[in-house]
Design a protein around this ligand. Structure first.
Ligand SMILES: [Zn+2]
Length: 294
């Protein structure tokens, strides 16, 4: 009898929301990684997109709907990067917590200065990024702003742990500061690259290099054979420091261009987990920058 009573009390205690972890659903691996730093110990994270997926080409799956159904907060990149699946997930989940305008709907792009914001929005041109360049996860300053946003959002949802989120944010800020010393000492400045996709604009802006041409004629549009021929000429004449792409897309074209021109093809992780060394957002940046200057 007494045992049952103790068990009941224990059950009641653990059913109390104050003891429950905040259920975070992150779209991309880097978002899950930063959320893990900020929510450390207080959150339970589900990441929807796998590191070996092209983030532009993701489709909604039933397991994703299931995950979003129970989420306390949905954290996403924004700038239409998730346009192919996220609106469907938010609607099909019927989860009031994560609907637009709710505290559980966290758009990371709201915390960053966006590059390449077009004056007029026109998707008919074939550009997959009509709201501006969405790949800000290569910018340490912007990731710090997103982390600050996350700490704020988690504190609103879970005020009893606000102090913990604040402390985690301070630790994150300090680690970024330390890492930045090493990153900014690397000789990235003044280098010139060609890139497969418009993926590295924030990296270029933060680390002082330039991207002089793209293998994709328009973001999301693969190059034609004649465009590749034209690029071979451009690369032979301009001799860039390398041709940048990721492990999963643009690889074939970049390998071909590298072989034809003798300019080095450089494989950079597009997200946390995309290469074995990119274990979290910090090592993702470590690896990205070391590949650039190799
Ligand atoms: Zn893109």
């Amino acid at each position: 009898m007494r045992k049952t009573a103790i068990l009941l009390i224990a059950l009641l205690l653990f059913a109390t929301p104050a003891f429950a972890k905040v259920k975070v659903v992150a779209t991309l691996p880097w978002i899950g990684s930063v959320a893990n730093e900020i929510g450390k110990g207080q959150v339970e994270i589900t990441t929807l997109v796998k590191p070996n997926q092209d983030p532009h080409m993701v489709e909604a799956r039933p397991s994703m709907i299931l995950a979003t159904r129970n989420a306390d907060i949905l954290m996403y990149n924004g700038l239409d990067l998730e346009i192919g699946y996220l609106p469907v997930l938010i609607e099909s989940s019927r989860n009031p917590n994560i609907q637009p305008g709710k505290p559980g709907n966290f758009d990371g792009s709201h915390f960053v200065t966006v590059l390449e914001k077009p004056v007029s929005v026109d998707r008919s041109m074939g550009d997959v990024h009509p709201l501006g360049n969405p790949h800000y996860h290569y910018s340490p300053a912007r990731i710090l702003s997103v982390a600050e946003g996350m700490a704020g959002a988690l504190s609103v949802l879970d005020p009893s742990h606000a102090d913990a989120y604040k402390a985690n944010l301070s630790a994150f800020r300090e680690k970024v500061r330390q890492k930045q010393k090493g990153w900014s000492a690397l000789s990235t400045k003044g280098r010139r690259f060609i890139a497969y996709h418009k993926l590295f604009e924030y990296l270029a802006a933060d680390f002082g290099f330039t991207i002089t041409a793209y293998v994709e004629p328009k973001p999301g549009i693969p190059p034609s054979a004649s465009y590749i021929e034209h690029l071979i000429e451009t690369i032979r004449q301009s001799r860039p420091n390398g041709i940048l792409t990721t492990p999963i897309y643009g690889r074939k074209e970049v390998d071909f261009l590298a072989e034809k021109t003798g300019v080095r093809g450089i494989i950079i992780p597009h997200d946390v987990g995309a290469t074995p060394g990119a274990k979290d957002w910090f090592s993702f940046m470590d690896q990205t920058l070391s590949e650039l200057v190799k």
